[in-house]
Design a protein around this ligand. Structure first.
Ligand SMILES: O=P(O)(O)OC[C@H]1O[C@H](O[C@H]2O[C@H](CO)[C@@H](O)[C@H](O)[C@H]2O)[C@H](O)[C@@H](O)[C@@H]1O
Ligand SMILES: O=c1ccn([C@@H]2O[C@H](COP(=O)(O)OP(=O)(O)O)[C@@H](O)[C@H]2O)c(=O)[nH]1
Length: 467
């Protein structure tokens, strides 16, 4: 059986001192690695200062070897904060206004990808299956091919892929598209992302769609498809059921004093639509005065990528906005918004989701959004809450029982909050059941298995295949 080699920017190394269960992606990939045996390689999250680090740190856990590399300060700055998070992230999230393209950082991005390839090659065996994750590592297959690697290589993009008009505004788009042609399978989160990719190739005259999801481009035939990522649905539902015994969850429930809970959980990221969401909540409270003092909105927003200027600026904007709404609408015995920037462990999150009558997931653009799926998995079947979901989250392609909103439409989102809070039990149950049935089948193992099955069906790397 062929070994699996996963490469991602961040590597969820198991931490025995941390009792919190890992996220679904880590669990699914770990399960696949455990079954096949394999390697998970990536950045340690640490900087080695000015000097390039010599050795990979290797951690053995059962049949899995975690292989971690430090990066220099310059690498972290140019590759991660710079090109990945100031060019690729905003462009792929349709935010050309926030894209800050610089040639130096682009060079750093390609340099770090080559560095990853150099580190990976000595670890590889000829029949390993390689699965590369996300936008940080788009050029990695090309680098590996140049070093003679002929293994099957798959790539999964966790964030959206925008249409050609947006994508082509990025100065280096040709090189990145060409890089994708070195994979055997390229996976996206949704049918829209997949269609945008094929559309961009066709429009540029650099690719054509063949039958069976195959694509001919840059003298290669490879496959592209969509594989919406799932969560560990059944396990998450169990955490949520058990969470009522958790001390912190109990204290949170008592502190509500009977008020209806509305919850939002997002990294502090401009793609998550936080300012628009706060506007919508303010509008809801103002337009529905009967709810004053009867509802509490808890927004859990761990800080993220704080070294990137746009993220740092957002920390102030969102905190000030939450403070202003509380100042203007709050009373001596009611705070409309509880806003926190500390992260919350997943078992506690599961309990909070279950307690919440409304899950507010309103990104301006999101690859998938696992919070939307976790909120549904955590609900009590006898009294489920309602998901208010942005139509621009990848999750909206699957979660048909949600109240879909346009997050730019303040009044529309405000109306959806009101509708969710007033929704009769029978309708809530019918909507929830439909989504839960879907999530139980389309869980994270399903995502992992379908991607790997499709990858294994590819014939392997043949440079002259399409000639
Ligand atoms: O590693 P960070 O820079 O701290 O960022 C955290 C992760 O954010 C992104 O998540 C995406 O993947 C999710 C799972 O597929 C998806 O639900 C979500 O919509 C995406 O935004 C990023 O793509 C990851 O690489 C980061 O680790
Ligand atoms: O305080 C927090 C906030 C978020 N999360 C987890 O972070 C993930 C966020 O994933 P999502 O796909 O929603 O967005 P991303 O941050 O990857 O863009 C989810 O699994 C959340 O449960 C968490 O564990 N603690």
């Amino acid at each position: 059986m062929s070994r699996l080699v996963v490469v991602s920017n961040r590597v969820p190394v198991p931490d025995k001192s941390n009792k919190a269960p890992a996220g679904g992606l880590a669990v699914a990939l770990r399960a696949a690695l455990e079954e096949k045996g394999g390697i998970w390689m990536g950045w340690s999250g640490k900087s080695s200062g000015e000097e390039e680090t010599g050795e990979l740190t290797s951690i053995q856990d059962g049949k899995i070897t975690y292989a971690l590399t430090d990066l220099t300060d310059r690498d972290v700055d140019e590759y991660y904060h710079g090109f990945a998070n100031r060019v690729l992230w905003p462009t792929f999230h349709y935010r050309l206004d926030l894209t800050d393209y610089a040639r130096k950082e682009m060079t750093g991005y390609f340099r770090v990808n080559r560095f990853f390839a150099e580190r990976l090659v000595p670890l590889l065996k000829p029949d390993d299956t390689i699965w590369i994750q996300d936008y940080h590592l788009i050029p990695l297959a090309k680098e590996l091919r140049q070093m003679g690697v002929k293994n099957r290589i798959g790539f999964f993009l966790h964030i959206p892929l925008p249409p050609a008009d947006v994508l082509f505004a990025m100065p280096v788009y040709e090189t990145l598209i060409e890089s994708l042609a070195h994979y055997d399978l390229v996976g996206f989160q949704t049918d829209f992302d997949h269609a945008n990719f094929v559309g961009a190739l066709v429009r540029e005259g650099i690719g054509e769609a063949l039958s069976g999801g195959k694509i001919k481009s840059h003298n290669r035939i490879f496959k592209a498809g969509y594989y919406p990522i799932g969560i560990e649905t059944a396990a998450f539902a169990t955490y949520a059921r058990r969470a009522i015994k958790n001390g912190m969850v109990k204290r949170a429930a008592q502190s509500l004093e009977g008020k209806a809970l509305v919850i939002g959980v997002d990294r502090l990221d401009y793609s998550k639509g936080l300012t628009q969401r706060l506007d919508a909540y303010e509008h809801f409270i103002t337009a529905n005065p009967d709810y004053q003092g009867k509802v509490t909105y808890l927004q859990i927003t761990p800080k993220s990528r704080s070294e990137v200027p746009e993220y740092e600026a957002m920390q102030r904007t969102v905190a000030e906005q939450a403070g202003r709404v509380n100042g203007e609408l709050g009373t001596v015995d009611w705070v409309p918004i509880r806003y926190m920037t500390r992260s919350v462990a997943r078992p506690v999150l599961a309990g909070l989701y279950r307690m919440a009558k409304v899950g507010l997931v309103t990104p301006l653009r999101d690859g998938m959004n696992l919070v939307a799926k976790e909120y549904i998995a955590a609900q009590d079947p006898d009294d489920p809450g309602v998901l208010v979901l942005s139509r621009f989250a990848g999750a909206a392609r699957e979660m048909k029982g949600a109240l879909l909103v346009n997050p730019y439409d303040t009044e529309g989102t405000s109306n959806a909050i009101a509708k969710a809070l007033a929704m009769p039990l029978a309708e809530r149950q019918q909507r929830w059941q439909q989504m839960m049935d879907h999530l139980l089948v389309h869980d994270v193992n399903h995502w992992c298995d379908t991607f790997l099955q499709d990858l294994m069906q590819m014939p392997g790397y043949q440079a002259a295949e399409a000639a």
